[in-house]
Design a protein around this ligand. Structure first.
Ligand code: FAD
Length: 657
């Protein structure tokens, strides 16, 4: 029997794809009263996105599941561009490898979106009982703007409807009916996903629910329902190309069938992406149409057989066939972006909901997850009363320019894939050069090595390109570039991407310099007196701000010194930098040194140099919960640092006397 219930939640996330799950991670970590719904009865299992860029992998490390990606995924850092020579014979140009390969400890990887969703779902479960409510569609929306400024109100009303099994579970395997086999005997589904499949047959009752929410995040994909409710359009280019994409196990004599690269022929260019479990993904241009014309894309005119024969024509004289197809589709996409990613400080949009582009730059899932991560921590902290609501405005300011850059990159890169008639000899070599040039130009952006976040209450800049004098390469608004450190007390080594966990804390990083030098030791001791509150002339930022639920403080402190570890001791550092807990003992995980480890070649003791910091004098910085640099200064600039934190975090109420 159908029934309507009413409920309240602080944050409602619509859509549980990569963007929605990233935002949900933060709700779970920060203990927010939140819900996440998706109209699909199940998560993605096969197909869709598969490219993972270094910055995304760094985020996964900070969330604690990057080891699972390493275990299952495929690393692809070299690209080969095959073009016809003057005799029309396909020849390899390359391998080309990023000159920035050592900027991150993680390198480009390929793994199916369904697996990433699995890891995110498992991680969310570790932190809270927040579960994706599947088979539920958001159908009507009201927003009372007058209530927008009072954070205690619930100005958003959304009607949710539970879908029937038929509505929620359209056939998930696009190979169904094709007579082809999926990649393993279980329809492409790995054992840890079986539980979700079983839920498919769960009996559903048709319910409607009226949900009142304080905030909403629309992560509902390229046809975003949420975006339409707030009348934000998608604006962009009019040329829309039609592509075939296939995930197959190839049967071919082409030597680079399992290497990342492109193959160019007079009839077009295909992109080859090696994947997990012997799969290879191919992107194949099928046709170009003018998005402004009345020509409509007839999906049924593109068949798997047609895509295969297109690949065979481009790869000729090499052979190409397959027996196993895990997934395939044909799609049409233009480069489009929404002019705004939010409406006021209550409604936010993330991922494909606000930017669409061709998948060949391998950025759709990355950008979407990074959007969800960015709005996720900010909104979660505001929702639990730990951060100033003004920080919500930085979401659009930080992410929108990157979406514009993504579209620019995609226009150039996908343009190279469309049909050419003059792609032999020198012209083809030019094309290969152009492709390398485009990749190199956008490398920093695409890999997430640079983010270009502008100045704001969360980013205190002195210059666009450099950090302050104390730390030239630590630029506020950029991520902290990873280094591997040695633990002072234990001797084990760890990358900063893992050490600086995404646990919701702002972190003061004390670069203590060389504390064997008496003068420097005194500077560190003075900082210790300030942080511990012993210095009554100033106010310590520790225990000053409202923490997120479950944390004792909203600020964490990590110390990294540069002296040889054997010449200083853990106990030489002020107590406040390695606090004692009556149950857990000393903070052994809080003091690290930038020293080499003979047994670990990645731990090279060159971190201070990489960060542009003087090895004797050190420096100090504040990292946001997403590991982006917020503030940088000298060890003495404690009041400036506290001003930064005061502008972002909510102070604890003063106890009544
Ligand atoms: P999505 O992953 O699209 O997630 C949106 C979610 O919102 C969906 O689960 C949807 O069910 C849900 N939803 C939508 N409306 C509602 C509503 N009203 N109520 C409740 N829930 C709702 N990228 C590549 O890089 N390579 C590819 O080959 C590729 N192929 C793709 C093929 C398809 C069919 C699709 C859909 C996407 C493909 N992509 C590909 C894009 C890639 O999947 C996206 O860039 C990425 O998933 C974006 O993540 P997202 O979370 O923003 O959106």
């Amino acid at each position: 029997k159908s029934q309507t219930v009413e409920s309240q939640t602080d944050v409602l996330i619509i859509g549980a794809g990569p963007a929605g799950l990233m935002a949900a991670y933060w709700m779970a970590v920060c203990g927010v009263k939140a819900r996440i719904i998706d109209k699909r009865g199940m998560k993605v299992f096969t197909g869709q996105a598969d490219g993972l860029r270094p910055r995304t992998l760094e985020l996964f490390d900070s969330m604690g599941f990057q080891h699972r990606v390493i275990h299952e995924g495929h690393v692809a850092v070299e690209a080969n561009f095959w073009v016809p020579d003057e005799n029309g014979k396909l020849t390899r140009q390359g391998p080309h490898c990023s000159p920035k390969i050592n900027e991150s400890n993680h390198h480009n990887m390929l793994l199916n979106q369904g697996r990433i969703e699995r890891f995110l779902l498992d991680t969310i479960r570790k932190h809270s009982d927040l579960e994706v409510e599947r088979g539920i569609i958001a159908e009507s929306f009201e927003y009372d703007e007058k209530l927008g400024n009072d954070l205690d109100t619930y100005p958003i009303t959304v009607k949710l409807r539970t879908l029937s099994d038929e509505e929620a579970n359209p056939s998930h395997l696009s190979t169904e009916g094709s007579g082809l086999q999926p990649v393993n005997g279980q329809g492409g589904v790995l054992p840890d996903d079986w539980e979700e499949l079983i839920q498919k047959s769960r009996f559903r009752q048709t319910n409607t629910e009226i949900v009142k929410a304080k905030f909403i995040i629309g992560c509902d994909g390229a046809h975003s329902w949420t975006r339409k409710q707030v009348n934000i359009p998608l604006e962009g280019s009019s040329t829309e190309n039609i592509w075939g994409v296939i995930d197959i196990v190839p049967l071919s004599n082409f030597p680079d069938m399992r290497r990342l690269g492109t193959i160019t022929h007079s009839s077009g260019t295909i992109l080859v992406i090696p994947r997990e479990r012997k799969l290879v993904r191919l992107y194949v241009p099928v046709q170009t149409v003018d998005g402004n014309s009345s020509t409509r894309f007839d999906r049924s005119s593109i068949t798997l057989a047609k895509i295969k024969s297109r690949v065979q024509a481009i790869m000729s004289p090499y052979t190409f066939d397959f027996q196993i197809c895990d997934w395939w589709t044909a799609y049409q996409v233009g480069q489009r972006v929404a002019p705004a990613f939010n409406k006021g400080n209550r409604i936010f949009l993330a991922g494909d909901a606000v930017h669409t582009h061709s998948p060949k730059v391998g950025l759709g899932m990355n950008m979407s997850m990074q959007d969800g991560f960015n709005i996720g921590w900010k909104l979660a902290m505001v929702a639990v009363g730990a951060a100033n609501p003004d920080i919500l405005g930085t979401y659009n300011a930080e992410r929108h320019p990157l979406a514009e850059m993504l579209l620019e990159f995609d226009r150039l890169w996908s343009g190279e894939f469309m049909e050419t008639t003059d792609a032999d000899g020198p012209a083809a070599l030019d094309k290969a050069d152009r492709m390398v040039h485009v990749v190199e130009k956008y490398m920093d952006f695409a890999d997430g090595l640079r983010t270009y976040y502008p100045a704001s209450s969360l980013v205190w800049k002195v210059s666009e390109e450099e950090g302050p004098e104390a730390a030239r390469n630590l630029v506020p608004g950029e991520r902290i570039s990873p280094i591997k450190l040695r633990n002072q007390a234990e001797g084990n080594s760890k990358w900063t991407t893992r050490l600086l966990e995404s646990d919701g804390l702002f972190r003061i990083i004390v670069l203590a310099g060389d504390v064997r030098v008496e003068e420097q030791k005194k500077r560190v001791e003075a900082l210790g007196r300030f942080l511990s509150g012993e210095d009554k002339t100033k106010v310590s930022p520790l225990h000053r701000y409202v923490p997120i639920p479950g944390k004792k403080d909203q600020i964490g402190v990590v110390t990294i010194h540069s002296a040889p570890w054997k010449e200083v001791e853990f106990f030489d550092f002020p107590d406040i930098l390695r606090p004692f807990d009556p149950v857990m003992g000393w903070g052994y995980d809080d003091i690290w040194c930038d020293n080499s480890c003979t047994w670990d070649p990645h731990c090279g003791g060159q971190g201070y140099e990489k960060w542009g910091v003087d090895r004797t004098r050190g420096a100090m910085l504040v990292l946001r919960p997403d590991q982006y640099i917020g503030w940088v200064g000298e060890l003495e600039e404690v009041e400036d640092m506290t001003d930064y934190l005061d502008g972002v975090l909510v102070k604890m109420p003063t106890p009544e006397i």
